[in-house]
Design a protein around this ligand. Structure first.
Ligand code: C5P
Length: 232
């Protein structure tokens, strides 16, 4: 059984590169995330292939549309056998509930995760699109809405986990990018935390890309990060 808390972001733009990277990994020791870039270039066949190789796949396509369309997209993701899928919480309660209902039709149900506020958005930009209050208040409000709409958890910054753990309780999954092992390059991430601190603050799963994908030995980098994480 896979107990790994690490989801490796496969931020590659073609199947060949993604496949040669994934072949270096043990599907029992990590999970993998396929986002818009790789999915748009390599498509659902690649998802099925990785699922067939035994990987837990997080399909990070952040669905946001009318409830019927999102529900059908979630069904299509469940058909592919993915382990986790996500939708924008700003799509609203009916959209999230439709996604929940669609997924509940499947025996092997992907975890259904919400995106609250994109960390790339500043307070000014949020106000411009009509979201009032501080970004933290918006994150908290949207996480609670996601929870009461039946979602299994949300994606959040490691700096938000402690507060969301408090407001949403211990069973709500918190999936956090913005994680950097001590001493590694920050790249373009600004609000970062070490894997150890992110887990201690309440993260369930860590999304980690470049510290593993660009390592000389990705399996060794994964092992080293895994060893640094407390089991709780
Ligand atoms: O390489 P790095 O570890 O920065 O990759 C992080 C991954 O998490 C990328 O796929 C990125 O798109 C994603 N992500 C993020 N911050 C968010 C949401 C997703 O870095 N707020």
């Amino acid at each position: 059984m896979n107990n790994s808390k690490i989801i490796i972001a496969l931020d590659f733009n073609d199947m060949g590169t993604a496949l040669s990277f994934v072949l270096q990994l043990d599907p029992q020791k990590c999970r993998i995330k396929i986002g818009k870039e790789l999915f748009t270039s390599a498509g659902p066949k690649m998802v099925e292939r990785f699922v067939g190789m035994g990987f837990d796949v997080f399909l990070d396509l952040k669905f946001h549309d009318i409830p019927n369309t999102v529900a059908r997209a979630c069904s299509a993701a469940a058909e592919l056998g993915v382990w986790m899928v996500n939708v924008h919480a700003t799509g609203g309660r009916n959209m999230m509930a439709a996604a929940r209902e669609a997924i509940d039709q499947y025996e092997k149900k992907p975890l259904l995760i919400g995106v609250t506020v994109l960390t790339s958005l500043s307070a000014t930009e949020l106000h411009e699109i009509g979201i009032q209050g501080t970004p933290e208040e918006a994150v908290d409000r949207l996480a609670r809405l996601a929870q009461s709409s039946g979602l299994d958890g949300v994606v959040c910054s490691p700096l938000e986990t402690a507060i969301l753990r408090e407001s949403c309780g211990s069973d709500f999954l918190l999936v956090t990018p913005g994680v950097r092992p001590a001493g590694s390059q920050q790249n373009d991430q600004t609000r970062i935390m070490t894997p150890e601190d992110a887990i201690r603050n309440g993260s369930d799963f860590l999304v980690i890309g470049r510290p593993i994908t660009q390592a000389d030995d990705p399996a060794a980098a994964l092992e080293s990060i895994s060893q640094s994480i407390p089991s709780r």
